[in-house]
Design a protein around this ligand. Structure first.
Ligand code: MG
Length: 245
């Protein structure tokens, strides 16, 4: 099964930042991005710690039990939380977003399903071959303002608080993970990205780039985000689902 999921993945430091604090794991059945929070090396260590913890806890090769995925995320939360109390990051808080998809089995369901997970403001989109649609809901101050009707989604892009997230791995002893399940047959591909992509490119522009670059979608999106300013680190994973191949 491993060779049936072909991922196109790319990360770039961008044009402004001195470090790339994004990390990713793209090893079937686990595909996640993490965007470190905390400034300088703190964010870098936090995002790397989270994805390395998932890699250790979740074996590669076959679909997983969803409960095991949640346990691995809780373990990652504990490890990132511990960074804030260690010499690695001094006395400052370290945190990271975590978003992605994991191929899972559910006893009550026929066939493989995808577990879409999210903590923070990195995103998972579904791709139907024509348009992207955001699956995850951002855990951010601006998302709350949009939902309250106080600002529009366009205003959120330029809001001074646009970088403030309301959930992160490492911010507390427990982590609240959003999880939804999608049958493999319902999606052509998943796009997983950090906010370095969505800060630079609108959803219609992302769809347009995907339509024009079927062979190297992640490379094309990262190149476009960097060309648009590259104000943040940018990481993109593009994962065709099994049924689509
Ligand atoms: Mg970012």
């Amino acid at each position: 099964m491993t060779d049936r999921v072909h991922v196109n993945a790319r990360t770039d430091i961008g044009c402004v930042r001195e470090l790339n604090e994004d990390s990713f794991l793209a090893s079937d059945p686990v595909f996640v991005v993490a965007d470190g929070v905390g400034g300088h090396a703190r964010g870098e260590v936090a995002s790397r710690t989270a994805v390395e913890c998932l890699a250790r806890h979740l074996p590669a090769g076959s679909a997983l039990d969803p409960e095991r995925v949640i346990e691995a995320i809780e373990a990652a939360n504990t490890e990132v939380r511990a960074l804030s109390n260690s010499d690695v990051v001094g006395t400052s808080t370290a945190g990271t977003t975590l978003s992605g998809v994991v191929r899972v089995t559910q006893p009550s369901q026929q066939g493989d399903r995808w577990m879409v997970i999210n903590v923070g403001d990195s995103r998972v989109y579904s791709w139907d071959g024509n348009r992207v649609e955001q699956v995850t809901t951002d855990h951010s101050v601006v998302q709350e303002l949009v939902e309250a009707g106080l600002i529009t989604p366009d205003e959120a892009l330029h809001h001074p608080d646009r970088n403030i997230i309301t959930r992160a791995l490492g911010s507390g002893d427990r982590v609240d993970v959003d999880a939804v399940f999608i049958p493999d047959s319902e999606v052509v591909a998943f796009l997983i990205c950090t906010d370095g992509l969505t800060r630079e490119l609108s959803d219609p522009r992302i769809s347009e780039i995907l339509r024009g670059n079927p062979d190297d979608p992640a490379d094309a999106l990262v190149d476009a985000a960097v060309a648009a300013g590259g104000h943040d680190n940018v990481t993109v994973l593009f994962i065709p689902t099994v049924t689509a191949l």
